[in-house]
Design a protein around this ligand. Sequence first.
Ligand code: NDP
Ligand code: HSE
Length: 435
Amino acid sequence: MTSEAAKPIRVALLGCGTVGAQIVRLLTEQAHELAARVGAPVELAGIAVRRPNKHRDVPAELLTTDAAALVTAPDVDVVVEVIGGIEPTRTWLLDALRSGKSVVTANKALLAEHAGELFSAADAAGVDLYFEAAVAGAIPLLRPLRESLAGDRITRVMGIVNGTTNFILSAMDETGAGYAETLEEAARLGYAEADPTADVDGYDAASKAAILASLAFHTRVTAGDVYREGISAVTPSDVAAARVLGRTIKLLAICERVGGDGGESVAVRVHPAMIPRNHPLAGVGGAFNAVFVEAEAAGQLMFYGQGAGGAPTASAVLGDLVAVARNLVVGGRGPRESAYADLAVRPIAQASTRYHISLDVADRAGVLAAVAAVFAQHEVSIAAVRQEGRAADASLVVVTHSAPDAALRSTVDKIAGLPFVHEVVSVMRVEGEDS
Ligand code: NDP
Ligand code: HSE
């Protein structure tokens, strides 16, 4: 029997927007090749949308507004979800899994909150749950973590996982412009959404970091476990200060396995950080994403590519759909959730990084010594100090060696109260350098 004559795999598509429309296009244009790769035709059983009249390019008979009915329809094998948000999507996907449908989703917000519940439902029904597109768009990243590196021990995952903020920070670095005007430009060019909050405040990256940490460390990490700072406080003077020291600023997602007296734990954080301009992540410009993975045996790996956009994201979704469809054809299943390690998640106060602190001070004898003394009292070691300007307008930049966040916070609070310190202008982490 040819692939085309085999029993078709029937797909319910939830959503037909930026990503969904590209999934429909690729499923249609590549129907023969997909059938050959899967061993059976992959057919659309229906497409759930909010406003059917808007979707004139799609066969009208496939469109429905009743997603709840579509996900449990008897002739559906796989549900592909590209709507987004938590509810009602969570309910629909749980219903689909409980009805024995495998699920492919691009929904990072949902997975970062409810992965445990969704995986339990998938296990109970013996079906698949795949979500490659949820982190870093087109970049094959989750499958390498979940499958290719399953025999190794991952120690760190660090990367740029949000295209909107990377576009803004890259533009600020190139032009010297401020955050607000660069955000406006990003919106005008279609890089930032009408409501950019999830991107610029780091929520999107925090969801992705939670998913990455869960897979890397075999531990369930939710978005609420991730320390998060966005980019709205990054100023042109921060960007200029980074440049003077041969660095640039990126919004990083960092997931680390950390040792300690109480045993191993994981630390997961999202924040802007200065990185050296010769670091591979510094060259990641515009809306691109890139992720570094460090594993004990494999060493350093880097994944780079388009982290968003209709066609790139649809590529990742279709990769998952083919995997799920192949499993259905042979009667098997893909990997289940692996949360056996169940490591504790460390609070940010215990995370250690280097810091760049910029102070506005009076230029008087003894000021540097007094500032240095506060660092010493809190056991924060200074790596470099630089002063610019004179008299009332001096600026002092201190770069530290690696220090716990709590110690650094106390140091900065104390320094802010010194009589000759006019202002703590900025405090920013430094990554990608030896501690
Ligand atoms: P869009 O806003 O472009 O599309 C959303 C689709 O969902 C629309 O077709 C909309 O219908 C439909 N929809 C919304 N609410 C309902 C509802 N209650 N019932 C039925 N249909 C509904 O989103 P995107 O395509 O950009 O994103 C989809 C998912 O993919 C999200 O989870 C997102 O995080 C993720 N993702 C997106 C990327 C991107 O670059 N866009 C990158 C990586 C992941 P209608 O068109 O009729 O309004
Ligand atoms: N808003 C996201 C970004 C889309 O800017 O990267 C991909 O998840």
